[in-house]
Design a protein around this ligand. Structure first.
Ligand code: ADP
Length: 239
């Protein structure tokens, strides 16, 4: 499979702290890759570097053959990378349909507002929110805001979808639905990188797993291989 995105020795420090330390990784088209590791290991920072929410101190990020490590976030979205956030970011006073339409208007295939609203509806159906399309986002529960945020990310028609703990906090039924939804996106051929602590979800969904600790990659392989690695077990349990 062709590489979709490559990270070459990417580093980012905050003051004296190396949050991401020489990260090198390749994600190929059609993969669902789990990005796992203990809290503070640099996973969210890695996503922020890919999406241009943060700029790397050094290293290169190549998406579809093009260097993006110095690009602004909105240009990276245009280039075809969409994401959800660990702390959801919906626009509370806009309707669900409008929230999703914004994703379409500023995504990889930008369009005007009326086409954007047309694109929004099937996505609201897909995440189970269609009956509430006209309600304001502020009326949603936290979990439904996560669904909405996913619909907005999909409206951008990305080639790479980044999920930051999208399954966190779901009850068992919601988790099953959430896993089924991500699996259906993968079946459609979408390439997905998911930061996730729910290991059952990683095992069910991911073709490959990258494990980080203290900013660096410490293991990589199938979920079964990577999670059984002695270094990984030690990183999770502490010294
Ligand atoms: P993870 O997603 O694996 O939990 P993060 O990428 O959020 O880890 O954080 C990695 C390290 O960088 C942590 O020690 C965290 O406190 C620190 N960090 C993350 N973002 C910032 C920031 N904006 N300013 C200062 N330190 C940060």
């Amino acid at each position: 499979m062709q590489p979709l995105i490559e990270l070459h020795g990417v580093s980012k420090s905050f003051g004296g702290l190396r949050a991401v330390d020489g990260l090198t990784a390749t994600i190929r088209r059609g993969e669902v890759v789990g990005l796992v590791g203990p809290n503070g290991s640099g996973k969210t920072t890695a996503l922020n570097l890919i999406t241009g929410n943060l700029t790397a101190d050094s290293g290169a990020i190549v998406f579809e053959g093009r260097n993006i490590e110095r690009e602004a976030a909105h240009r990276i979205t245009r280039a075809g990378i969409a994401r959800t956030f660990q702390l959801v970011r919906v626009m509370p006073t806009m309707t669900l349909a409008e929230n999703v339409a914004v994703g379409a208007m500023f995504g990889a295939r930008p369009c005007g507002p009326s086409e954007a609203e047309e694109r929004a509806l099937p996505l609201l159906v897909r995440v189970g929110l269609a009956p509430r399309a006209g309600e304001r986002a502020q009326s949603l529960t936290y979990i439904d805001q996560k669904r909405l945020e996913l619909a907005r990310a999909l409206a951008a028609q990305p080639n790479l979808l980044l999920l930051d703990e999208w399954l966190a906090g779901l009850n068992p039924t919601e988790l099953k639905e959430g896993i089924a939804l991500i699996a259906s996106l993968a079946r459609d051929g979408l390439t997905i990188v998911m930061v996730e602590h729910v290991m059952d979800a990683i095992r069910a969904l991911c073709t490959r797993c990258i494990v980080m600790n203290a900013g660096a990659k410490i293991a990589e392989g199938t979920p079964a291989e990577a999670l059984a690695d002695p270094g990984v077990v030690k990183a999770y349990l502490g010294d």
